[in-house]
Design a protein around this ligand. Structure first.
Ligand code: 4AD
Ligand code: MG
Length: 446
């Protein structure tokens, strides 16, 4: 007897041996002579065969239900010709013990839940801790881990340095309306909306920098792609121009996708969750905001703005219009040169057309915006002017402004929403299923 737990998913050398395996019942099929069980342990799946005779005599076996925790003993054998099982092996069980019973009401919540079921369903959200046990929900989480590590690997290859800026701050980045305020020892403070401003202050000492931290937005609408707490992949590049920034963004997205597809397990998840996925072809389509406005108006019928009118220069391209456009074009778009008025205070103006900024959003089919970035205003006086124009008191930003005082440089960066990237990659209807425990207006549990 092998007294150590066998790691599911690594049985090749264990074939033909008697082993002991811990797991939970993932699938259960009771037949006349045999009960078939698929066990899972978070690493993999294992088919187990139990002779029916044992079951009818054993009370524990009669209470088998999915999610029941078990330890099983038996002989590991290769599956017979023509049959199929995970890793081509099955355990012929001769003894088992129930470690933790489960009631038989979980089927609908775990295994049978596919990403196609309603992600707005309050029962699903209340039971997120159980939904996560399902095959699709857990596959998305495994993919998420891999993607996060693939970003880290790629940044390391590119010699970017990882930092951890604070989450508790006293400055806004992306507008006052989505700030989470709280009391910080009697002072007003916020949960950070983005680590960008801090990244801009450390590239002088550390070189190109990045972080993967939480960002917080008090979003007051319920959409498919807005969370109030999300994971933000942000980077800041020193001594670059706008084209360098665009090239870099395209490069890092492509490399991360390549790493995912180069991994057998991850590739299998993508094939299951997103069978029509195609590696984006390079170069990505580059389109100016003004061209997008023309494109929207040129559709038949035209894609209208939020007021129901044709788009005019200066309009925000709202979520619905943006997604329609991206879905029709059906490939990644680097949308650039947004008007000054609809973009954040820190964005650098295009030297050739001061009405617009050197800004970029990356749009993906099915999701729309997954990245927002820009060149940063690097002139001291211009920045002071921008605070004024945007009604932002400049004092709390002294540390940010100082960057323009002590050896300013042309630089830029971007933020990528990890959940949105995953929604695109894993074909999820909403970012909610790309977050372990999603937070949005009206939901702060489990
Ligand atoms: O476009 P945003 O607001 O840009 C910034 O925060 C910049 N300061 C980032 C930077 O340049 N370092 O946000 C960047 C990305 C969006 O494109 C989107 O993918 C994601 O963050 N994001 C959200 N994801 C989920 N829920 C929300 N409420 C999000 N808000 C933004
Ligand atoms: Mg944005």
């Amino acid at each position: 007897l092998n007294n150590k737990a066998v790691e599911l998913g690594d049985g090749k050398d264990k074939k033909g041996q008697r082993v002991k395996v811990y797991g939970r019942i993932h699938e259960l099929r009771v037949q006349k002579t045999t009960t078939f069980i698929t066990l899972k342990d978070g690493y993999g799946y294992l088919s187990c065969l139990l002779p029916a005779g044992d079951l009818t005599r054993n009370y524990d076996a009669l209470t088998f239900a999915i999610e029941t925790a078990l330890v099983v003993y038996g002989e590991m054998r290769a599956v017979p010709e023509g049959a199929s099982a995970p890793d081509n092996r099955e355990l012929h069980v001769d003894y088992f013990k129930v470690l933790g019973r489960a009631p038989s009401d979980l089927d609908a919540i775990t295994n049978r839940v596919s990403m196609l079921q309603d992600p707005w369903d309050a029962q699903m959200l209340d039971n997120r801790h159980l939904v996560l046990r399902g095959e699709n929900a857990s596959a998305v989480m495994k993919l998420r881990e891999f993607v996060e590590l693939a970003f880290i690997d790629t940044y390391r290859e590119m010699e970017f340095r990882k930092v951890s800026p604070p989450a508790m701050v006293q400055t806004q980045v992306e507008g006052g309306s989505t700030l989470f305020k709280y009391d910080y020892y009697g002072e007003e403070a916020y949960l950070t909306q983005s680590s960008q401003l801090y990244l801009e202050t450390v590239m002088q000492s550390l070189g190109n920098v990045y972080c993967i931290e939480k960002s917080f937005r008090a979003e007051k609408s319920l959409t498919r792609r807005h969370l109030s707490e999300y994971t933000h992949v942000e980077a800041e590049l020193d001594f670059i121009d706008f084209n360098d920034l665009l090239d870099h963004i395209e490069e890092i997205i492509s490399r991360v996708v390549d790493k995912v597809l180069a991994d057998e397990t991850m590739k299998a998840y993508i094939e299951r969750l997103n069978p029509n996925f195609q590696r984006p072809t390079r170069p990505f389509l580059r389109m100016r905001y003004s061209e997008a406005i023309d494109w929207l108006n040129a559709q038949d019928p035209p894609i209208l703005n939020e007021e129901g009118n044709p788009h005019v220069f200066g309009d925000d391209i709202a979520e619905a219009a943006e997604r329609k456009m991206t879905d029709i074009i059906n490939r990644p778009i680097l949308l650039t040169h947004f008007p000054v008025e609809i973009k954040a205070f820190y964005m650098k103006k295009d030297p050739e057309d001061p009405r617009v900024t050197e800004s970029v959003d990356v749009l993906m089919p099915g999701v729309g915006e997954i990245v927002g970035g820009s060149m940063r205003m690097d002139d001291y006086d211009e920045l002071i002017e921008a605070y004024k124009k945007n009604g932002i008191p400049h004092e709390p930003y002294y540390w940010y402004t100082d960057q323009r005082k002590y050896g300013s440089s042309p630089h830029g960066g971007y933020g990528l929403g990890l959940e949105r990237f995953l929604a695109w990659l894993a074909n999820q209807h909403t970012v909610r299923t790309c977050s372990l425990y999603p937070r949005f207006m009206g939901r702060c549990k489990p």
